[in-house]
Design a binder for this molecule. Structure first.
Ligand code: GRF
Length: 214
């Protein structure tokens, strides 16, 4: 079996990266992490990768004159590893349309909300402040619209009385670590594709929230 090569982009702690590293450790998992690239030096996600002998690179966005220049170098750095799939795992950068288009249909992101609710930052706080009963997480294909690409899979997390941003984020992360390896597996097995702007799972177009896994 030829494994799907993935490049993971991070900016921080990399707990989703860890979930993918752990998944890839199973012999029958159909993907392998070719490299991990961070736009921030010294983050723990880099250590996690190095602990597992995975190639890492740092491209510090502050060293570039603008978004176009950074994204052009990032694309070169990614493509040097010939990935089949690019996985954004807590990568805190807005990407240019040209970059996103280059990876259209082969780039996934995980976002801690039930998209289309709460694109952007501070999703947990916004769900609590809105008095929502449920929150959650979405894996989606990346398109030029921020957090706006077709959803692949969602997990729901009920809010609890007294939830803070931290307690809620912690429970959402538990679900993130389950659904991201699952979405990557589907992609690697050829069961998940982006076609004419829609996500398809096993040949069927997915509903707006993608597959609801709980
Ligand atoms: C996660 O909540 C993810 O959904 C969001 O950024 C966070 C990254 O966490 N995009 P980690 O670095 O994977 O621990």
């Amino acid at each position: 079996m030829k494994k799907t090569r993935i490049v993971v982009l991070i900016s921080g702690s990399g707990s989703n990266l860890q979930a993918l590293i752990d998944a890839c450790a199973a012999p029958d998992y159909p993907a392998v992490i070719a490299a991990v690239i961070s736009n921030r030096p010294g983050v723990f996600g880099l250590t996690r990768a190095q602990n597992h002998g995975i190639t890492t690179a740092v491209l510090d966005h502050r060293q570039f004159s603008g978004r176009e220049e950074f994204d052009a170098e990032l694309q070169r750095s990614i493509d040097a590893h010939h990935p089949d799939l690019v996985v954004l795992a807590g990568f805190m950068r807005i990407l240019t349309a040209g970059f996103v288009t280059h990876y259209l249909g082969r780039m996934l992101n995980i976002h801690p909300s039930l998209l289309p609710l709460y694109p952007g930052l501070h999703t947990h706080r916004r769900a609590i402040e809105a008095g929502d009963k449920t929150h959650g997480v979405t894996v989606h294909f990346v398109t030029p619209e921020l957090d706006g690409g077709p959803a692949v899979i969602q997990a729901v997390v009920p809010l609890q009385a007294g939830d803070t941003e931290e307690t809620l984020a912690k429970r959402v992360l538990v679900e993130e670590h389950k659904i991201y390896p699952r979405a990557v597996r589907w992609f690697a097995e050829g069961r998940l594709v982006l076609k004419h702007g829609r996500a398809y799972y096993q040949g069927e177009p997915l509903p707006p929230g993608g597959v609801r896994c709980n």
